[in-house]
Write a protein that binds this ligand. Structure first.
Ligand SMILES: [Zn+2]
Length: 381
C-alpha cells in the first residue's frame, strides 16, 4: 500500500468475521466499520460541511459522472480540488461513474474501449473509458478513487454477467495504468452479479493485484436481500484481510450488519439523505413519515437517545409542521438526523466489536427472519 494509506485492524469478533479498524488517508482517518454519506454534486444536499461534520461523518462520497457533467472537473480543479472547492477537509471518495452510466443514461453504447452516452444536460455524446474516468478522478482529487467497471443489470444471464465481469477486470488493468497520483488510492470493484462462482473468481483475481482497498459492487440493484447477503458472505472473506473493504450502495441496518459480520468496513447509500427530502426520518432502523397525523402533537424528539442537533432542539411536532409546510428547514433537520442515525449505528457496532459483544448486541439484525423494518412504511398502515 502507498505510504499515504494504511489499514489497521484493531479487533476481530470471535464469532463472525466482523472487525474494527482504522483506515488512514491523506485527509485523516476513518474509523471502521463506518457509514459514508453521499454528496453527489460536491455537497450533501441541504446541509453545510460544518453540519455534516457534526453528524460524525468521516469519509464523504462525490460522484464523478455528475461532476463531470456539471460543473466539469476543470472548474473543481480551478477551485483547488474537491476538498477545497466544497469546503470538506476530511477524507473523500469518488466513484468511477460506471454505475451511473449504466443505470441512468439512455442511448449508451458499450464497446471494449468504453461507454458512449448522451449527456442529459445538453444532448452531447460523451465517451467514458477507464483512462478518462481515472483522469477525471485524478483531477477531482478525492483520497479514494474507483476503477471504471461494467455493472450488469439485475436480472441478467450468466453469459452477460461473465462477459461484464471479465471486461471489468480488463478495464481495471487499464485504470491502474492510467492512475497518476500517489496521494490517491485506487480501489478495484468485484462484480459477478448473483453468480457466486463468478464473484469468487473475480475476488480472487483482484486480491492478487495487491490494491490499497477493495470494493464489492453490483449489489442493491434489485436482488432480494438474502441473495445480497450470500454475495457478500462469499466475496468479502476472499479479499485481503489487511485492506479496507467497501460495499457500494448499501445502507440499511440489516444489510450493513450482515455485511459487517462478513468483514466489510465501509458503506454508502443515498437512503438517509433522499428519505430526508421526502419528509421521512430513520429511527431505530424504522422509517417514519413525518406527515403522519400522529406526529402533529407529539412534542418529544425524533429519538431521545440521539445526540444530533435536530433531536437536541426540536420535537416531532415541529418537524411535522415544517414538512407539511414544505419548509426547507425540514429537509435540513431530517438530513442531519438521518445521517447521524446511520453513522451511530455503525459506530455502535464498532464499539461492540472492540468489546467482543457484536453478536450479543447486534445478533438480531443477522437473523434471516428479522423483520426488514426499513422497508416497511409505517404510515401506510
Ligand atoms: Zn437525531
Amino acid at each position: 500500500m502507498s505510504a499515504n494509506f494504511s489499514f489497521a485492524s484493531l479487533a476481530t469478533c470471535s464469532q463472525t468475521k466482523a472487525r474494527a479498524g482504522i483506515f488512514s488517508t491523506p485527509h485523516g482517518i476513518v474509523e471502521t466499520p463506518r457509514f459514508m454519506p453521499v454528496g453527489t454534486l460536491a455537497n450533501v444536499k441541504t446541509i453545510t460541511p460544518a453540519q455534516l461534520g457534526a453528524t460524525g461523518a468521516q469519509m464523504v462520497l462525490a460522484n464523478t459522472y455528475h461532476l463531470h457533467l456539471q460543473p466539469g472537473e476543470a472548474i473543481v480543479a480551478g477551485g483547488g480540488g474537491l476538498h477545497k472547492f466544497m469546503g470538506w477537509h476530511g477524507p473523500m471518495l469518488t466513484d468511477s461513474g460506471g454505475f451511473q452510466v449504466f443505470s441512468l443514461s439512455e442511448m449508451r453504447k458499450i464497446t471494449e474501449e468504453g461507454v458512449t452516452f448522451r449527456s442529459p444536460h445538453d444532448g452531447q455524446m460523451i465517451k467514458l473509458t477507464p483512462e478518462r474516468s481515472i483522469e477525471i478522478q485524478n483531477i477531482l482529487g478525492a483520497d479514494v478513487i474507483m476503477a471504471f467497471d461494467e455493472c450488469p443489470p439485475y436480472p441478467a444471464t450468466r453469459q452477460e454477467v461473465e462477459a461484464a465481469t471479465d471486461r471489468t477486470y480488463r478495464w481495471l488493468k487499464r485504470s491502474i495504468s492510467a492512475h497518476q497520483r500517489q496521494d490517491q488510492a485506487l480501489f478495484p470493484i468485484v462484480q459477478g452479479g448473483v453468480y457466486l462462482d463468478l464473484r469468487a473468481r473475480a475476488a480472487q483475481d483482484l486480491a492478487e493485484l495487491d490494491m490499497p482497498g477493495y470494493a464489492i459492487g453490483g449489489v442493491s440493484v434489485g436482488e432480494p436481500t438474502d441473495l445480497m447477503a450470500q454475495i457478500v458472505q462469499t466475496t468479502a472473506p476472499l479479499l485481503p484481510v489487511n485492506k479496507p473493504r467497501y460495499l457500494m450502495g448499501v445502507g440499511t441496518y440489516r444489510e450493513m450488519a450482515i455485511a459487517i459480520a462478513s468483514g466489510v468496513d465501509l458503506f454508502d447509500c443515498v437512503i438517509p439523505t433522499r428519505w430526508a427530502r421526502h419528509g421521512t426520518a430513520i429511527v431505530s432502523g424504522e422509517r417514519w413519515n413525518l406527515k403522519n397525523a400522529k406526529f402533529r402533537e407529539d412534542f418529544t424528539p425524533l429519538d431521545t437517545t440521539c445526540p444530533c442537533y435536530t433531536c437536541e432542539n426540536f420535537s416531532r411536532a415541529y418537524i411535522s409542521h415544517l414538512v407539511r409546510s414544505q419548509e426547507i428547514l425540514a429537509y435540513t433537520l431530517l438530513t442531519i438526523h438521518n445521517i447521524t442515525e446511520l453513522i451511530r449505528f455503525t459506530q455502535k457496532i464498532r464499539e461492540s466489536i472492540l468489546s467482543d459483544r457484536f453478536v450479543t448486541d447486534f445478533g438480531h439484525w443477522l437473523e434471516p427472519s428479522a423483520i426488514d423494518l426499513e422497508k416497511t412504511d409505517l404510515t401506510s398502515t
